[in-house]
Design a protein around this ligand. Sequence first.
Ligand code: HEM
Length: 561
Amino acid sequence: MSYTAENVVQSSTWSATTLFYALLLPAMILWYTYWRMSRRRFYELAAKLDGPPGLPLLGNALEFTGGSADIFRNLVTKSYNFDDSGIVKIWIGPRLIIFIYDPRDVEVILSSHVHIDKADDYKFFKPWLGNGLLISTGQKWRSHRKLIAPTFHLNVLKSFIDLFNANSKAVVEKLKKETSNFDCHDYMSECTVEILLETAMGVSKNTQGESGFEYAMAVMKMCDILHLRHTKIWLRPEFLFNFTQYAKNQEKLLGVIHGLTKKVIKKRKEEYKSGKKSSLMNEINATTNGADDTLPMKTTSVDGLSFGQSSGLKDDLDVDDNDVGQKKRLAFLDLLLESSQNGVVLSDEEIKEQVDTIMFEGHDTTAAGSSFFLSMMGIHQDIQDKVIEELDQIFGDSDRPVTFQDTLEMKYLERCLMETLRLYPPVPVIGRNLKQDITLASCNKKIPAGATVVVATYKLHRRPDIYPNPNKFNPDNFLPERSADRHYYAFVPFSAGPRSCVGRKYAMLKLKIILATILRNFRVYSDLKEEDFQLQADIILKRAEGFKIKLAPRKRAAKAF
Ligand code: HEM
């Protein structure tokens, strides 16, 4: 054998490689042992919590395979085994996730000013929403929330009523062409995006044109991509996602979405510089100066009306008007622009992030809520009769637009809406990352810092000990005397506490006007029953088969005004 220089190099490379692999395995075992030991307390506390058995290393990850509807059904069915304990622990690889659905435990999380960090799953929103209100945390979230919450004050919302009416009328006109079974979600989605464009961004219908429609479509398609990334495990890592066609589509869609947001902000900024007040600001000032006296100026809440949450709960949307000075009563984008002109509170980028966040949060949630409501009406004809009776009492044969006072009188419709949000909460889970241990109020057990806690709203809302016959659609669950007996945190479709939904009152008011307008014009039917629903919970709860209903013009109905 001849020892050429080439052979010597080859054999030393080989022995170095062998040595590397020979050391790799023990190094990995050592690292893993150290890692497990450093998390010993984490594992000890986790072991005390109930949950289904999992596989080594993978944990319960295999439960998340299959289609969205299969995953949802599987998780809900398996969770029944843990109904007595009120919590379910699962592992996805090294990640510990605890689902909670006892109102006492839900209160510990949602009422806290400490546990406000969103779960890692929200990171897919980053390219779209940046550090907007939904995702941000700490001081940034606190200061922006303080700034934004007053723009959802009831007196600001009242000034949107004409726009809500005009868009409701427009959707009724579009629905007239549907003569057989169809999916109402597309209509609800388009309508909510258009309303948001007008109310939050001040883009009027006349100027929306093609760009408004293109934007609405892009928002809807972006939601689809995000939904996919939440359910398809292989689409989660950035480096794999970036290889797919979805990543390319996402880039294009974000171009459209961010393009319009930037354009609108730029235009409004120029108007501000030239001293031109927006038409929305003028309307709000007219309204808050007493043009509409259905509600005293100071009022933020109305007796007997909870605007979507237990009436005993209060959040920063319920602050007294005295604390929300006249200047702060501006429409969303106007307020952000004014703040940025007057100081350093918000940069252009931050304004863009907040506008994008409102457009996302305000659209898909409301579209799902209204589509579930229409489905319920179609299935429960006797209940629809009562809603129609109430509307006929309020409006008679008149085809006049809905006023704020009318919405206060829609008590039965409101109960149906609340019952819809109970059975089909558009946001079926709320995830938080724990930075500190918490002790569960229901059982005194601890959840360790580092775990993800998921408030399982869907399950909480169907607890048999809180809602008798919990799977039955029964609007009487929201009769005042029944609600009064319940734990405040037993009904949280809009979350609750300091990180509650900032659009809660906006959503309830808008939904009442859209849904009342539809039911003044049509009777809803459904061929399917609730047992036929294939629910999927990606981010927003939906019917996988689509929200199929049928409409028939109402005989006595007022024409769309
Ligand atoms: C039926 C309709 C709606 C439902 C069920 C709903 C539900 C929720 C829920 C459960 C959260 C908490 C999410 C979490 O912590 O992970 C939330 C947050 C939020 N919602 Fe809504 N929402 C609705 C409509 C709206 C509307 C119309 C807007 C705006 C116009 C809006 C804006 C927001 C914002 C900005 C947040 C983040 C608040 C923060 O973290 O401080 N939502 N919503």
